[in-house]
Design a protein around this ligand. Structure first.
Ligand code: ADP
Ligand code: MG
Length: 313
């Protein structure tokens, strides 16, 4: 029998040089207080597109949770909801009632860019920008060039350029996808461990590379160790071998994700933290430092044989 074990290429970012006192280990939240600030690698702003090919695999969940984790780590973040037809990042963030203007109004000259940026109530260094009103079509003429203009305008803002611009990409590989990836320098590919999602992820990887985006890391979402053990789900190692991409994070299947989606309160803000929330935070940490992790298969220790085993028990 084999089980899945995951190792970070770097030591655990949440670990502390001193051993953590046993008496405090029960509260996971207190582990987070040991954080050093991660070192921001690469040139800013880092323009990252969160993509997948297949829909419903967790792009918007990843954008909200990784985005807010980056803000909590002290970086300024602008999240752009480029999923025009099925805009829902505002809902996940609980900011839907505060979106008065979108990029369409900015381009029409009806408002300024800063009026379309919605500042998060909890983390003022996190801002949301929606392309258009929900259920509307991609505005005619709105393409990659318009998004590049937008990113340049964010860079040139009076208050200074943000550290991260994160783009939530629509599903599919048509015009909306091409638009969303155009201004990006790096990509986070979200996939679930199933064959349809993997095939789409592989196709998207090829398209990203054609567009000149070479820095592609993946997040494997909705992983169930019980199913992997029962050989009913592909392991993370299998996924990594099939896609050949650096691994940014592994997020377990967690009912808290759905609960937090419905409450408009991203999982990473939960106290005490949940497993999936911690996994998103660690992925954000690796994103900052341009680090990755490794998935390996480890053989399980054989079960210790009891006294009666001598008698064939
Ligand atoms: P996408 O943006 O790729 O279409 P979403 O982020 O909207 O996908 O997620 C689709 C659905 O899957 C949502 O209902 C979300 O709550 C759920 N989901 C995403 N990740 C997980 C997870 N790790 N565990 C449980 N449910 C998840
Ligand atoms: Mg989405």
């Amino acid at each position: 029998m084999f089980s899945l074990q995951l190792f970070s290429a770097n030591p655990n970012p949440f670990s502390h040089p001193k051993p953590y006192p046993r008496s405090k280990r029960t509260h996971v939240s207190s582990v987070l207080q040991w954080n050093r600030k991660p070192e921001l690698a690469g040139e800013t702003p880092r323009v990252v597109v969160i993509t997948s090919g297949k829909g419903g695999v967790g792009k918007t969940t990843t954008t909200a949770n990784v985005g807010l984790s980056l803000a909590r780590l002290g970086f300024s973040v602008v999240a752009i909801d480029a999923d025009v037809g099925l805009r829902n990042l505002d809902l996940l963030l609980g900011l839907e009632s505060r979106v008065n203007y979108t990029v369409v109004e900015v381009l029409n000259g009806d408002c300024r860019l800063d009026q379309a940026l919605v500042r998060d109530k909890r983390w003022s260094n996190f801002e949301l920008l929606c392309i258009s009103k929900p259920r509307s079509k991609l505005p005619i003429g709105f393409g990659g060039k318009a998004l590049v203009w937008l990113v340049d305008a964010l860079k040139a803002r009076e208050g200074g350029s943000p550290d991260f611009i994160i783009i939530d990409c629509p599903a599919g590989i048509d015009a909306g996808f091409i638009t969303a990836i155009t201004p990006a320098n790096e990509a986070v590919l979200v996939t679930t461990p199933d064959i349809t999602s993997l095939r789409d992820a592989d196709r998207v990887t090829g398209l990203l590379e054609c567009d000149g985006i070479r820095d592609i890391k993946m997040i494997v979402n909705r992983v169930r160790t019980d199913m992997i053990k029962g050989e009913d789900m592909m392991s993370v190692l299998d996924v990594q071998e099939m896609l050949g991409l650096a691994l940014l994070g592994v997020i377990p299947e967690d009912s808290e994700v759905i609960r937090s989606t419905n409450r408009g309160y991203p999982l990473v803000l939960n106290n005490p933290p949940t497993l999936a929330g911690l996994a998103f935070e660690q992925a954000a940490w690796r994103l900052v430092e341009q680090d990755s992790m490794k998935a390996v298969m480890a053989e399980e220790e054989p079960k210790k044989r009891g006294f009666f085993s001598f008698f064939g028990g």
